[in-house]
Design a protein around this ligand. Sequence first.
Ligand code: ADP
Length: 396
Amino acid sequence: MISLIMLSLSTLLITGILYGYFEAQLKKQLQTEADYIGVAVLSEGIAYFDNIDIAERITLVAPDGTVLADTAADPSELENHIDRKEIQLALKNGSGTSVRYSDTFTQRTVYYAVKLENGNILRVSARQYTLVTILLKLVQPIAVIILFAVLASAILSARISKNIIDDEEREKRASMRSEFTSNVSHELKTPLTSISGFAEMLMQGDADRETVVDFSRSIYDESQRMISLVQDILRISELDEKMRFEREDVDLYELAEEITECLRPEADKMQVQLRLIGEHIHIDGVRKILYEIIYNLCDNAIKYNRPNGLAEVGIYEKENGILLTVRDTGIGIAKEEQERVFERFYRVDKSHSGVIGGTGLGLSIVKHGAIYHHASIHIESNKGEGTTITVCFTKA
Ligand code: ADP
């Protein structure tokens, strides 16, 4: 749109400037011609008009305005020219110009008149298209040029903006990577500091057996935490690098069954009833990533539950796609936190999560895994009532 407006304005302006320039040129040309013809008329008299053959109209006018000779009409039929502006000016100043428009305003005539030595006035005139006529005549080629220019600028600007977006994307990725690195370092530092502290106390060698067991257990727990953290980091990095994974036909129900069986001891420990419902539905996907998605959702549904609570996995086929839902009757997530829980290392209750043993990467892995499968995620949760997270895979 901007290109279109600018081009149209430029065209108008340039045509206007060129028109003024050509008019000045024409006047100069008429003046030169009048000077030459004047010399010829002075030496040959009216006879000069008999065999003249030039494009411009030449008129010879007596000082009283009577037309003595004219290259375009019979002088006897022409009215007295004394009131013409250029004649008046020539009589008064020796030369003069004027411009008159045709009745239709499509053309205009530029006149130049000069007073000869014998007192007669010689007038030379030329016709010219008006600016409006020129623009109208040029509408078609100008429109084609403008269209071409607008198309070219649209393509160019699309390319430029793509580059800008690419640069921004690159910067964003770089800053996300550095933020991720700093988060990873921070997350790893905490268990390492504990391990180092416990080991230092053990190193002193004066702890009784019970303390040794206690400290060793703490070291073991912290190491386990670090192992799961590193595993999660590796998983998320794989997804981040957009690695190519082998796709295969996966029975979602069967996969969920495998995961619920694996998590049953944990559910029992937490006194949570773990249930699988739905149908055997096959999708074309990456088994390893689908496993991570279901595992992390189920793991959360158990971890963030309450005694005698329920964690239920459902696999259904609906009109709008294949749905994987993980529902729990746990602690729920406040509305304002629901977007943020998918961010890396985000935990609603940091201190509580530490006890539970979360890394803050689970839902981030779920999100990236869903994106990898072109699936969408929906969360429905009420604090204190429970959470339902649905992953919707497209059927194609
Ligand atoms: P984490 O390893 O800490 O579980 P996640 O990325 O899986 O990390 O989850 C991020 C945070 O979202 C958790 O720390 C927890 O506070 C909250 N959350 C996740 N799932 C649930 C759920 N089913 N019910 C309540 N809170 C949840």
